[in-house]
Design a protein around this ligand. Sequence first.
Ligand SMILES: Cc1cc2nc3c(=O)[nH]c(=O)nc-3n(C[C@H](O)[C@H](O)[C@H](O)COP(=O)(O)OP(=O)(O)OC[C@H]3O[C@@H](n4cnc5c(N)ncnc54)[C@H](O)[C@@H]3O)c2cc1C
Length: 465
Amino acid sequence: MSELPRTDCLWWYDTPPIELPQRVEPADKDVDFAIVGAGFTGLWTAIHLKTLLPNKKIIVLEAHRVGHGASGRNGGWLMGSCEGLSAFCNGTGLLPKDVITEFRDLVPNFVSSLKALAIDCDLKQGGGIFGAARYPAQGLRAETLLESLHQLGFDERDYRWLSREELTERVSVHNGQGGIYTPLIATLNPAKLLQGLVRAARDKGVAIYERSPATLEDTGILGTPSGNVNANNIIWATEAYSSNPPLKKRLLAVQSGIVCTEPLSHAQWNDIGFDQHEAFCDLSRASTYLQRTADDRLIVGARGAYAFNNRARDSFSASAHRTNKRIALGRALFPQLDKVTFTHSWEGSLGIGRTFTPHIVFDPQQRIATAGGYIGEGVGASYLFALTLAEGFAAVDSPRLSMPWVHRGNLASQLRRWEHEPLPWLGFNGAMSVFDVEEFMINKAIPGARAVSWLCDRLEGLIGH
Ligand SMILES: Cc1cc2nc3c(=O)[nH]c(=O)nc-3n(C[C@H](O)[C@H](O)[C@H](O)COP(=O)(O)OP(=O)(O)OC[C@H]3O[C@@H](n4cnc5c(N)ncnc54)[C@H](O)[C@@H]3O)c2cc1C
């Protein structure tokens, strides 16, 4: 076994965090808006709010550092989509037209916002490929997936079939059989995006405090280590990292993780493709996500486990077992990279709501709102949901406020509670084990794999990405 890569997140290497104050200034203890959590949701909400309501006083409170959560650790797929789409269909089984329009516009709108805010985060609009690779079962999965996307109301402009030749021309993956191409995905560097958002928010007059964990007191006041904050409105943007009220037990913190290679040579890229910096995944149950970074590394992400008692991952550490599994997956997809060194490995936690759909909740009575439950597809959705939160508070007449993921009412009643342990632990990790068995049986052509696949189809619907 070769040496393990270092446990560290690649993104922060060339992008050291910006130093921010840690004690809330007396002048910031009485504010119009307090946003809890400085990931994409919190920072985009601050920026959109300040754009719509420039005279309002806004602060962001972050328990650790900016990007401590999933926003600082993810695979950088910016998706004009979100998880759990079928739950948002109307009676005819179609997604409402406004939803489709919103997703088609997501990447272009995101790019316009980056331009307006002068943020450079290595964004590449190379589209995304869901490739059937490695073993034949993935071919059928690709066909079924395309059919279901078209049934939801997307068309050939959004998702189209890629022949075997087209696939391997773009990405020379092992045993590529064809797949789906979509222009609705771009890739970016998450740490650079976070830094850009911090700068933009501060330029607009938002105060951001790190090492400032907030607690919600019964009085509606926010407690912080440097004193109470009295906010007219509160936005809770803590996603998987929600160990305290008001979101305690409302989101399951599930791990996903990434390994990345050393920078690859021109010849190696010629061998594997990714000329347009396409986002790529295969159609296995491992929920893979790959991208070619601006400094020419290949990152390979795949889902992880769930820690008993809903513990979100604070450190970057990934077990040797899971790291080696992700490296093996990368090599199985691209045997051309057999001798390449993997330099970094890290994990983080993504949030899953009990209904397996992302949400926005406004509680006008308590003047509190939240957005999250993105199930690993939050880079684009957080931008859209943050805009919706800001439009809601600014009382803008916007179609986004009528989207099927927007709810109104008490947070606790709108967001279902997860079951007590050990049910989540058994359910999630049990499903993961069955997926591993299926992959093993398919790879070794062991009879009975079809029956296991049938079971996996049912389980996959239950645990999301
Ligand atoms: C390894 C990995 C890969 C992923 N890859 C992709 C991808 O390629 N594409 C995609 O679309 N999505 C991806 N995701 C999901 C995506 O990163 C998340 O959906 C998104 O970043 C969530 O952003 P957020 O701001 O809502 O939450 P987070 O980024 O998790 O931020 C929550 C913040 O709240 C803070 N906090 C918690 N409690 C408190 C408190 N009491 N007081 C103050 N602060 C608090 C935390 O410290 C944290 O910084 C991935 C996730 C992981 C883990």
